[in-house]
Each structure stands twice: as structure tokens, then as C-alpha cells.
Ligand binder design. Structure first.
Ligand code: FAD
Ligand code: UDP
Length: 368
């Protein structure tokens, strides 16, 4: 007799929602993670009373009322609205691209003036359908914004020319002809009070947990413990890289505690020039409106992923998607194994997508 119904590999948001939903349906779960904490990439570390987003800044946002109500069952959210600013060689611009950005850049005042500028600049595309990130960006906001606010940041972030990247990445960002600096269009947005750990700990309340446990180092023993496995690690690693290694972008986080109240006046400042080696500086206390005497900042340095590094962003170009589709086809044939999450499904999922996907996966499992 197997001890557990499910072994959940990875205590990130996907694993935690999945584990919670199956526990709710009376099933038992063992959740393991190779890290020394639960939460995956949304884990927060408390430094001098500030919740430091240890694996990159996380702002919860969604248009899906059901998902918003769902996460609010596990934590109360504050009213944080992300309105990052861009620093291009010392010039400050509002993000996302909106009338404040256009006014600062061109002196235009009305939406029509801004649209006319963009129309003029995108003429170089000669009405061609955008086929890469550069063309998509120019067609949305023109060449000036592309050069100052997109090209350098994107090429640092992805380590590739913007002409080699898919158009959809830049479509994540709103373009607005109103004076509105909200980075997201979604109806709901906020940061959980007490940090993301509160959500994860509440989700995992009824599960057994083993930390510092790498599935691949204990595979046989772990498989023997449960009837089914949910795997939220890298799908290519699961299959021994037999169809090739999927590419990721990784990040190095350089975190500093400073004895000053307010370092940069905003939670997120993007450095959009090519020369500054980091892409953004996060000042964590502003996510929580804290006014304490000290502050914690994190510089984010993008880097190419190599075995052993944290795989943060899947590189969704054709070559990688072809490889992923082969692994996916293998995964679909498995009867006692499910893949899920950013790494298991090789998708650029935000948190609300993860919660939705995990809930749907459980519904599929239980046919309800
Ligand atoms: P993960 O959080 O990566 O969890 C996977 C877990 O599996 C990890 O804990 C890992 O240690 C464990 N694991 C892997 N392999 C093994 C193994 N072999 N054995 C045991 N354990 C294993 N989303 C938003 O909605 N808003 C944001 O502002 C936002 N900002 C982001 C910023 C950055 C820098 C990044 C990288 C992502 C951001 N996201 C954001 C996306 C968000 O992080 C993801 O949607 C979410 O955390 C993915 O959850 P997951 O459970 O799929 O993966
Ligand atoms: N981007 C940019 N300039 C910015 C911010 C973002 O060019 O100041 C581009 C960049 O290519 C990035 C993409 O927009 O990868 C998506 O940005 P988002 O903030 O959604 O990235 P994430 O938070 O997922 O790192």
C-alpha cells in the first residue's frame, strides 16, 4: 500500500495550489522541495521587518474574479499598484508607455499628438506584420521609445537581439493614451499582507512537507511512496534531456540592506540603457508602504542559464518550443505522472495563470 495519494515535486505556487485542492478532496499529499523553504519563486525573506522578494519582485494581478477571491481566502491583500519608472541614462520616464511617457519624451499633450508621433515613426515598418519583438515594439510605440526604453532592457534581459525574440513578450506591457501609470490593466492587484509565504503556508496546511529533498537524488524511494506524482520541476531534466536541453534565462540577485529610509522612492526602477549591467532595482519596503529607518534593495542581473543555475524564464523561441513539444508528447502518455507550472509546462506563466492552471488540472483529475 502506498502511503500517499500524491507526491508533489516542488513547493512553489503550482504545487501548493494543487496539493491544497487534492487535500480538500480527501487525498493525502507529500510535498517536497529541493530548496530549504516552501514557496518556490514567490518566497519572501524577512529582513528587518521587510518582506524581501528573494527571487524577484512579485505583484499579484488578475482580471479573473474567481482567482482573486481564491487567493484572498489565504491572505489579505494590500492596495499596492505597480507603477515602475524607467531610468535611461539618468532620464526618468513613466511606465508602462502612456501619456506621461509621451509627454516627457516628445512634449506632446493630447492623445492625438502622441498617436501622430507613433504613426510617423512606425512608417519604417511599411505596414509589415510584426514578426519579432523589435518590429512589434516599433509598431506599438515608435522608434524613440523602442530605442530608449525597450531595446537595451530587452537585450540585457534575454541576452539576444530583439529581432530574434517573439513579439508576444512586449505585448505583456500596456500602451495607453491616458495619463495612467498602472503597469497592469487587470481589475485586481495587490501584495499579500505579511508576504507571499502566508499564502503558501495556508495552502500547505494539511500536507506533509520535506525540504532539502531533490527528487532526482531520491527518485525510487519517493516514487514508492505515492500513487501519483505531480512534477513542477524542469520537464527536460525529468526525461534526462533525451531530446535536448531547454534554454532558460537566469538572474543574479544582489541584495543590500541600507541604513536609510528611502533609497529610490519607488518599488521598481528599470534601467533601460544597454550599459548598466542590471535591468532593475527593487526597493522592497515600498510594496508594503513601510516607513522604517532601514531599507533593502535588490539589483537584478540577467544571465544565461546553465546547469545548476535557477531557471527563471523559459526562452520561448521556435527551437525551444520544438524541443518542449516532444517532451510534452511524452508527458501526455504518462498515467501516474502530471507535469505542471512554469518549468513543468515551459510557459511564461504569471501567478494568476498558475493558480488557474493548477485548479483546472485538479478538476480534470477528479472530473469535477
Ligand atoms: P516555481 O516557483 O519555480 O516552483 C517550482 C519549485 O520546484 C521550486 O521551489 C523548485 O525548488 C522546486 N523543484 C524543481 N525541481 C525540483 C526537484 N528536482 N526536486 C525538488 N524540488 C524541485 N508573476 C506575477 O504574477 N507577477 C509578478 O510580478 C511576477 N514577477 C516575477 C519576477 C521574476 C523575476 C520571475 C522569475 C517570475 C515572476 N512571476 C511573476 C512569475 C511567478 O514567479 C510564477 O508564475 C510562479 O512563481 C511559478 O510557480 P511554479 O510553482 O510553477 O514554479
Ligand atoms: N520591457 C522593456 N522595458 C521595460 C520593461 C519591460 O523593454 O522597461 C520588455 C522586456 O522585453 C521584458 C518584457 O517587456 O522582458 C516584459 O516585461 P515584464 O515587466 O512583464 O517582465 P517580467 O516582470 O516578467 O520580468
Amino acid at each position: 500500500m502506498k502511503k500517499y495519494d500524491y507526491l508533489v515535486v516542488g513547493a512553489g505556487l503550482y504545487g501548493a495550489v494543487f496539493a491544497h485542492e487534492v487535500s480538500k478532496r480527501g487525498k493525502s499529499c507529500l510535498v517536497i522541495d529541493k530548496r530549504n523553504h516552501v514557496g518556490g519563486n514567490i518566497y519572501c525573506e524577512n529582513i528587518e521587518g521587510i518582506n524581501v522578494h528573494k527571487y524577484g519582485a512579485h505583484i499579484f494581478h488578475t482580471n479573473d474574479e474567481e482567482i482573486w477571491n481564491y487567493v484572498n481566502e489565504f491572505a489579505e491583500f494590500n492596495r499596492f499598484t505597480n507603477s515602475p519608472i524607467a531610468n535611461f541614462n539618468g532620464e526618468i520616464y513613466n511606465l508602462p508607455f502612456n501619456m506621461n511617457t509621451f509627454n516627457k519624451l516628445w512634449g506632446v499633450i493630447t492623445p492625438q499628438e502622441a498617436k501622430d508621433r507613433i504613426e510617423e515613426q512606425k512608417a519604417i515598418l511599411k505596414n509589415k506584420k510584426p514578426e519579432n519583438l523589435e518590429e512589434q515594439a516599433i509598431s506599438l510605440v515608435g522608434t524613440d521609445i523602442y530605442e530608449k526604453l525597450i531595446k537595451g532592457y530587452t537585450e540585457k534581459q534575454w541576452g539576444r537581439s530583439a529581432t530574434e525574440l517573439p513579439p508576444f513578450i512586449i505585448k505583456r506591457l500596456p500602451v495607453r493614451f491616458t495619463y495612467d501609470n498602472n503597469y497592469f490593466n487587470d481589475r485586481y492587484q495587490g501584495i499579500p499582507i505579511g508576504g507571499y509565504n502566508v499564502i503558501i503556508e495556508n495552502l500547505l496546511r494539511n500536507c506533509d512537507i520535506r525540504l532539502n529533498t531533490n527528487y532526482f537524488e531520491n527518485r525510487e524511494e519517493l516514487d514508492s511512496l505515492a500513487k501519483k506524482v505531480l512534477f513542477t520541476g524542469m520537464i527536460d531534466e525529468y526525461y534526462g534531456y533525451k531530446y535536448g536541453v531547454l534554454e532558460y534565462r537566469s538572474l543574479r540577485f544582489d541584495t543590500e540592506l541600507l541604513q536609510q529610509q528611502n533609497y529610490q522612492g519607488n518599488a521598481v526602477v528599470n534601467y533601460t540603457d544597454r550599459e548598466t549591467p542590471f535591468t532593475r532595482i527593487i526597493e522592497h519596503k515600498h510594496f508594503e508602504f513601510k516607513t522604517s529607518e532601514s531599507t533593502v534593495i535588490t539589483r537584478e542581473y540577467p544571465m544565461e542559464w546553465k546547469s545548476g543555475d535557477e531557471p527563471y524564464y523559459p526562452v520561448l523561441d521556435e527551437k525551444n518550443l520544438d524541443i518542449y513539444n516532444k517532451y510534452k508528447a511524452l508527458g501526455e502518455k504518462e498515467e501516474t505522472l502530471i507535469f505542471g507550472g512554469r518549468l513543468g509546462e515551459y510557459k511564461y506563466y504569471d501567478m494568476h495563470n498558475i493558480v488557474r492552471a493548477a485548479i483546472e488540472k485538479v478538476k480534470e483529475e477528479f472530473k469535477n
